[in-house]
Ligand binder design. Structure first.
Ligand SMILES: *Cc1c(COP(=O)(O)O)cnc(C)c1O
Length: 421
C-alpha cells in the first residue's frame, strides 16, 4: 500500500513521479515527497501506531515506500529520557533527552534515514548504493547494505575520526577517502551520481532518505504522551533533521494525532562551522558557505543543502540558534556523561553546550519543556575527549599500593573510606 503521490518542488511546487531524482528541472529547487494525507488519515490512529513494530516502521504510512520495509528493521524506537540530574544542574523543570546514540545498530540516528533510503533504493531497482558521509552515514550505509546484499560505495573526507573509519570498514564497503572536506566529497558524489546507475542515499534519492528523520520527531511526540515539547534543540549539519522534526510535528497535527504544535526549534552548531546559526544571528536569508574547522566533524558541512529550509523552519517556529567552541563541545560531552550517564559524540557535545547557553541566556524558559537531541555515540569520536578526561590510576596488584595511590585523592568523599566492622 502506497501513500506517496509523487515528488514536489519545494520552490515552484511542480510535481514529479516518485523516481530517483532530487532537483526541479525548471527552477533547480529541491524535491520533497508528497503524500496523500486524506488516505493516510483514514487508516492511521494512535492505537494503530502503538500496536506497530518497535521500530521506526510503526510510522510506515508516513514513510516514502510503496511496499513493505525490507531494510533496517531495528532502526528507531530509541529512549526519550526524562532528565533529573542535568535538569537540576541547568535549573530546568522539564528536560528530556532523545537518545539516538543507543539501540541503533550503528549507534547514530543515521540508521533511520538509511532504513528508509535503502528500502526505497531496492524498490527503485538499484543494486548499488552509495553515500557522501561526514562519518555516521558511512557506518550505517555500510552495515545496512551489507545485510541487504547490495554493492556499496562510501565516500568520506580523508581526515575522519578512526572510530568512524573502522565503524564503516568493518562492514566491507568500498570506502573511498577523499582528500578534501565534506563539501568537496559531496560535489564529487553529485558528479558520480550523474554518471553511474547508483542510489546515492543523500544525493539522488535524498528526498526519500530525508523523510526517515521524521521518525525522530514522531517518537518524541508519542513518547511525551501525544504532544510536542515547547523547545527542541537540534544539531545541524545539512539542516535536514531539524526541518524534518518540524515536518513530523505538523503532520501529526494535520492527521489529528496531536491537538496542536506549540514548539520552538533551535539549531546547534560548532562555532568552527556555523553557517546556519550565523545567518540566523545576522537575520539573513542567505547562507554564506564556510570552510569547516571544528572537532565536531559529523556536523562539518560548510555549505548545507537544507540550510535555507532550516532557517525557514526556525523562523516559522519562533526559535533561534546557538554555536559553541571546541572547548565548550568537550565540556558538553563531559556534562552529559557526568549527569546522565550518556556518552555522546562531538555532535551531542555541540547540542548539550548550545542548549546550556540558550537556557542560561534566558532564550529557553526554565519552566517550559525542552528536548535535547542526542544523535550519536561517544565511542566513535574518542580522540575528541581522550586528552580531557584524565587517566586511569595505575597501581601494583596489592592493597598497600591501592591505598598509597588512591587514599590521598581529595576529590573522593570521606565516607568512602569507612571500614567494615
Ligand atoms: C548527520 C548528523 C547530524 C545532522 O544531520 P543533518 O540532517 O544533515 O542536519 C546530527 N548528528 C549526527 C551525529 C549526525 O551524524
Amino acid at each position: 500500500m502506497s501513500y506517496i503521490k509523487g515528488l514536489k518542488c519545494r520552490e515552484c511546487h511542480r510535481v514529479y513521479k516518485a523516481e530517483a531524482i532530487y532537483v526541479c528541472e525548471f527552477c533547480f529547487g529541491s524535491l520533497e515527497v508528497d503524500y496523500d494525507y486524506d488516505k493516510i488519515k483514514s487508516v492511521i490512529s494512535r492505537e494503530k501506531i502503538q500496536k506497530g513494530p518497535k521500530s521506526l516502521w510503526r510510522y510506515r504510512e508516513l514513510l516514502p515506500i510503496e511496499g513493505e520495509p525490507t531494510v533496517g528493521y531495528h532502526a528507531g524506537f530509541t529512549p526519550l529520557i526524562r532528565s533529573e540530574n542535568l535538569a537540576r544542574e541547568l535549573g530546568m523543570k522539564e528536560l528530556y533527552i532523545k537518545d539516538d546514540s543507543v539501540c541503533h545498530p550503528t549507534l547514530s540516528f543515521k540508521d533511520r534515514v538509511v532504513a528508509v533510503a535503502l528500502t526505497r533504493a531496492k524498490e527503485l531497482g538499484f543494486t548499488t548504493v552509495a553515500c557522501a558521509s561526514t562519518g555516521n552515514l558511512a557506518g550505517s550505509v555500510s552495515a545496512n547494505a551489507a545485510w541487504a546484499g547490495l554493492n556499496r560505495f562510501v565516500f568520506i573526507p580523508a581526515d575522519l575520526e578512526l572510530g568512524k573509519v573502522i565503524g564503516a570498514l568493518a562492514y566491507a564497503p568500498n570506502l573511498v577517502a577523499v582528500e578534501g572536506n565534506y563539501d568537496e566529497v559531496n560535489r564529487l558524489c553529485a558528479e558520480i551520481a550523474a554518471k553511474y546507475h547508483w542510489a546515492f542515499v543523500n544525493v539522488n534519492i535524498r528526498p526519500y532518505y530525508a523523510e526517515g528523520s521524521k521518525t525522530y520527531g514522531y517518537e518524541i511526540m508519542e513518547q511525551l504522551g501525544w504532544r510536542t515539547p515547547k523547545h527542541v534543540v537540534v544539531p545541524v549539519a545539512s539542516g535536514s533533521l531539524l526541518t524534518k522534526i518540524w515536518k513530523a510535528f505538523n503532520e501529526f497535527k494535520k492527521l489529528g494525532l496531536i491537538s496542536s504544535v506549540d514548539t520552538k526549534m533551535y539549531a546547534a552548531q560548532a562555532l568552527g562551522c556555523s553557517p546556519v546559526v550565523t545567518a540566523m544571528k545576522e537575520n539573513s536569508d542567505i547562507i554564506r558557505p564556510v570552510k569547516p574547522k571544528t572537532i565536531a566533524k559529523s556536523l562539518a558541512i560548510g555549505n548545507p543543502a537544507d540550510g535555507i529550509y532550516a532557517i525557514d523552519t526556525i523562523k516559522e517556529s519562533g526559535g533561534s540558534g546557538e554555536s559553541v567552541t571546541d572547548d565548550e563541545i568537550i565540556e558538553g560531552i563531559k556534562l552529559l556523561a557526568r549527569t546522565e550517564g550518556i556518552f555522546t559524540e562531538t555532535a551531542g557535545g555541540v547540542t548539550v553546550a548550545s542548549a546550556k547557553k540558550l537556557i542560561e541566556n534566558g532564550v529557553i524558559n526554565k519552566n517550559e519543556s525542552c528536548v535535547i537531541c542526542i544523535t550519536g555515540n561517544g565511542l566513535k569520536t574518542q580522540e575528541a575527549v581522550s586528552d580531557h578526561i584524565g587517566k586511569p590510576h595505575r597501581i601494583k596488584p596489592s592493597l598497600s599500593s591501592f591505598e598509597e595511590n588512591i587514599r590521598h585523592l581529595n576529590h573522593i568523599k570521606a565516607d568512602v573510606w569507612q571500614t567494615r566492622h
